[in-house]
Design a protein. Structure first.
Length: 318
């Protein structure tokens, strides 16, 4: 049986369990087990061909194993299992042998490789006849590489003066550019060039007293933190009519103290305790602090009396 190919059939002969006669009727089911896996009911077609010979046409997927077992089951017959080992289908099946077809292909390949030559191992000898589509017939490209560049470059592009300058690339700049010859002495001299390795301060004296005066001022600056000048504000004079901004006032009112309340809230509660109506229940000792006008409760508490002393406990604000 060919592997993973549809349109194939396999058959088995079923005989009666009781007398060994051919089983030609009833329902025959084929179970498929592939590569020692789990047996499953086949999805192909079962047909009785005659005289107890039953065939099964498996699906393509049921042939996609290396080993396949087909078990024919009929309630009136002795079950039969047929095992097959699949092989791969080959396009050369119609030839007497596969080797006949391969020999022709190998011969074709050999005819090509016989044309290759190797003067050096792993390097194919090649005769370049075209470069980028341009014919190079009768012209050895390698021969061009050992010719002076001047014979390949136009004289307008490569001159003797330019060649002399290029020759200087293998020498240090100091040996090629002396200040006394390469530079104008009216602007630049060897003496001036020698100053480059000396501190600028020793070559650039102060201009009058300006630099000294500036230094006297900057020496008085101190910096505890980089980029921030230390300053001591001693007096602000001639400033009248100033007041805190709205945002500054709000910041004071909204600041939270150690009690977890803002200054504004503390002042409001003090005012309410002084001015608002407060009731005390004589029976329970319950204390109620009302809002201005007595419309709602804003705090609650209690009072206790002991040995002639009445104590009001801490209020709980609503």
């Amino acid at each position: 049986m060919k592997k993973n190919v549809a349109g194939q059939v396999i058959g088995a002969h079923l005989i009666s369990k009781t007398d060994g006669s051919d089983v030609t009727t009833g329902t025959t089911t084929v179970y498929v087990t592939g590569d020692n896996g789990t047996q499953a009911s086949g999805s192909g077609t079962v047909t009785h061909k005659g005289n107890g010979f039953w065939t099964y046409a498996p699906t393509q997927a049921e042939t996609n194993y290396n080993h396949v077992a087909f078990t024919f089951v009929n309630s009136a017959a002795v079950s039969v299992t047929v095992q097959v080992y699949t092989n791969y289908p080959q396009s050369g099946d119609s030839y007497p042998t596969i080797n006949t077809n391969l020999d022709a292909r190998v011969s074709d390949v050999k005819a090509k490789t016989d044309q290759l030559t190797f003067t050096v191992t792993n390097k194919v000898d090649a005769n370049v006849t075209h470069v980028a589509g341009t014919s190079q017939t009768a012209r050895d490209l390698g021969a061009q590489l050992d010719v002076a560049v001047s014979s390949r470059a136009s004289a307008t592009d490569y001159t003797s003066a330019r060649a002399a300058k290029l020759d200087n690339l293998d020498a240090t700049i100091s040996s090629r550019a002396s200040a006394s010859t390469a530079l104008s002495n009216t602007v630049w001299t060897d003496t001036k060039a020698g100053y480059i390795d000396v501190a600028i301060s020793s070559r650039a004296p102060e201009s009058g007293g300006n630099i000294a005066a500036i230094k006297a001022k900057t020496d008085q600056l101190s910096f505890t933190v980089a980029n921030r000048v230390d300053a001591n504000a001693l007096q602000v004079g001639d400033k009248t009519g100033y007041s805190l901004s709205s945002s500054g006032i709000d910041a004071i009112w909204d600041a939270t103290g150690s009690l977890g309340l803002s200054f504004e809230t503390l002042m409001q509660r003090a005012y309410e305790m002084i001015n608002n109506k407060m009731t005390v229940n004589e029976s329970t000792g319950a204390v109620t602090l009302l809002s201005l006008g007595g419309g709602s409760t804003i705090a609650t508490g209690s009072v206790t009396s002991s040995s002639g002393t009445t104590t009001r406990n801490e209020l709980s604000w609503v």
